[in-house]
Write a protein that binds this ligand. Structure first.
Ligand SMILES: C[S@@+](CC[C@H](N)C(=O)[O-])C[C@H]1O[C@@H](n2cnc3c(N)ncnc32)[C@H](O)[C@@H]1O
Length: 242
C-alpha cells in the first residue's frame, strides 16, 4: 500500500489560474488588435510568463520543495522542547506541524480564517496532515483572525507565519497582535515575499522601522531562496519582543 503524504497545497488552482490569465491575455490581444487597435497586441507580451508559471506548478516534486522550506525555516528560527508556539495563517498546518515534529511537550497552535475561496485549505486538511505526520493531538487548530488573536498578552515563546502576512489587509494590525501575544524576549519570525497584494506588505527599508515601532528589537531581514514552484527569493523577517 502506498504511504499517504501530507497535502500542503495543491498546485491545481495555481495551474488553472495561470493558464486562464495567459489565455485571456492572448485572446484579448488578438481580438483587440484585429477589431479595435493594433496596440492591443501588446497585451500578449506577459502571457508567456503565465504559461511558464503554470508549467512550474505542474512539474511535480513540489511537496519535497515545500518541506525543504519548512526544514530551513525551523533550523534558522530554532526550537526548544516545551515552548508555546503560534503559527498564524497556518493553512494546512504547515509550520505548526513542522514544529510539533521537532518538539517534546509544549503547546503548538495554528490559527487561520480558512476562507471558502482560500485555495482549498481547511482545518480538516490541517488535522489530517497532523495525523499523517504523526503529531495528531499535539497541535491545536483554531479558526481565528490574525488581527484579533484569541490569546492573552505574553502567552507564546514564538510566533511564526509563512506566506500569510503579505495577503492580510491591515497586516500591521496582525503583526501587532502577534507581538502582543509574545512573551518579552519571545521570537517573531515570518517568511514572506517582497510584496503583498492589497494589504500593503512590502519588504523595503521602512519595514525594519515599522516593526520596531510595533514592539520588536533586533529586527533582521534575510533573503531566503526557495524552489516553489520556481527558484525565487523571499524574505525571512525575524525579531525579538522588547
Ligand atoms: C498562502 S496560504 C499559506 C498557508 C501556510 N502558512 C503555508 O505556508 O502553507 C495563506 C493563509 O493565510 C490565511 N489567512 C489570510 N488572511 C488571514 C487572517 N486575517 N487571519 C488568519 N489567517 C489568514 C489564509 O486563509 C491561508 O490559509
Amino acid at each position: 500500500m502506498r504511504e499517504e503524504k501530507p497535502n500542503y497545497g495543491s498546485p491545481t488552482a495555481h495551474i488553472i489560474a495561470n493558464l486562464t490569465l495567459g489565455i485571456f491575455l492572448l485572446v484579448t490581444a488578438f481580438l483587440g488588435a484585429f477589431f479595435l487597435n493594433f496596440f492591443f497586441a501588446l497585451l500578449a507580451l506577459p502571457s508567456p510568463y503565465f504559461f511558464w508559471m503554470a508549467k512550474g506548478w505542474a512539474r511535480g516534486g513540489l511537496l519535497e520543495d515545500k518541506l525543504r522550506i519548512r526544514e530551513d525555516f525551523i533550523r534558522l528560527v530554532g526550537v526548544k522542547d516545551g515552548e508555546k508556539i503560534l503559527d498564524v495563517g497556518t493553512g494546512s498546518g504547515f509550520l505548526a506541524i513542522g514544529f510539533a515534529k521537532k518538539m517534546r511537550g509544549g503547546e503548538i497552535v495554528g490559527i487561520d480564517v480558512w476562507m471558502p475561496m482560500g485555495g482549498g485549505l481547511s482545518m480538516q486538511k490541517a488535522l489530517r496532515n497532523a495525523e499523517i505526520e504523526g503529531v495528531s493531538g499535539r497541535v491545536i487548530f483554531k479558526r481565528a483572525d490574525a488581527r484579533e488573536i484569541p490569546y492573552p498578552d505574553e502567552y507564546f515563546d514564538k510566533v511564526v507565519a509563512s506566506f500569510a502576512i503579505h495577503i492580510i489587509r491591515g497586516w500591521e494590525k496582525a503583526v501587532s497582535e502577534m507581538i502582543r501575544v509574545l512573551k518579552p524576549g519571545g521570537v517573531f519570525a515570518v517568511l514572506e515575499p517582497k510584496k503583498g497584494w492589497a494589504g500593503g506588505w512590502r519588504v523595503d527599508q521602512n519595514l525594519k522601522v515599522k516593526l520596531e515601532e510595533l514592539g520588536l528589537r533586533r529586527v533582521e531581514v534575510r533573503p531566503f531562496t526557495i524552489h516553489y514552484p520556481k527558484e525565487r527569493t523571499v524574505f525571512l523577517v525575524t525579531g525579538v519582543k522588547r
